[in-house]
Design a protein around this ligand. Sequence first.
Ligand SMILES: C[S@@+](CC[C@H](N)C(=O)[O-])C[C@H]1O[C@@H](n2cnc3c(N)ncnc32)[C@H](O)[C@@H]1O
Length: 297
Amino acid sequence: MASDTSWADRPGRMTPTEIDTSLPHSARAYGWMLGLKDNFPADRDFLLNLLPNFPECLDIARQNRQFLYRVVSYLAAPPEQGGAGISQFIDFGCGLPTGDNVHQVAKRFSADARVVYADIDPIVLTHGRALLAEDESTTIIQADMRDPAILQHPDLVRLIDFTQPVAVLYLSVGHHLKDDPGGGLADARDTLHAVIDHAVPGSHIAASQVVCDDPARGRAFGSAIDAAGIPWQSRTPAEFATLLDGLSPLNPGLVNLKEWRPDPNQPPLPSVDLALSPFEGRAQGSNLYEYGGVLTR
Ligand SMILES: C[S@@+](CC[C@H](N)C(=O)[O-])C[C@H]1O[C@@H](n2cnc3c(N)ncnc32)[C@H](O)[C@@H]1O
């Protein structure tokens, strides 16, 4: 993997370099809900406090990761198989590696698929380097997707050809993007538009965030997460849709992710840890859900 030292050391860069185990982190808490083992007491305590009030959070995290599989399968499949035929992907806020990561799903359809994974959390880089950066066509970088200079990262420039269609993924990260982040960082709308607005026709964006139809409950959920140290911006579905203005959603539009082209044959996720199993199966009919879709310019 190419060194990113000069980019990473430039003034104004704000990504943390140390793994902090004293506070819960999004990647690790979310990963625990997916059945991963790389987490610490702070991550587990955080979820065990949150889930009694918001039990649907477990199912919707898992529904989001299953959405990723269906989205990447569609984007990478050749047009003759009904797909978008895209062979280069940027996965912003990629999280910890699971069984079916973007490059593994994409390469089933397109052997020459290239993937750049990016995450702000240094633990994702540590675990991801071994598992995600398997060959010259896949890399992982530690970066803040809100950084206005993100597209100049050397590994991104090396792997992505912006004269060709690109798929850019922001899955279950919309809620981490504040409307007013300060510090010279891009706001949520500008972050989501940074790549797609400059990409060639045929490019796609997939994006999702946890939303709530009841704004007061959504704010209570977001405040509980924000207070624990994980940045969170509560939104209704309409507020999230506004961030994607000017883009055209593909069928079936922006929806509760479990309704986005469901595939009864997709591979299952690892099973839920015993400590979380009381919270399984609680998302049915809930006003809190993961919302998003796939859009083009
Ligand atoms: C809920 S996880 C989603 C993981 C993955 N995208 C998925 O859908 O399975 C959110 C991820 O976004 C990352 N993240 C949050 N804010 C970020 C930022 N400003 N820049 C890059 N990554 C960020 C977190 O570290 C975490 O790994």
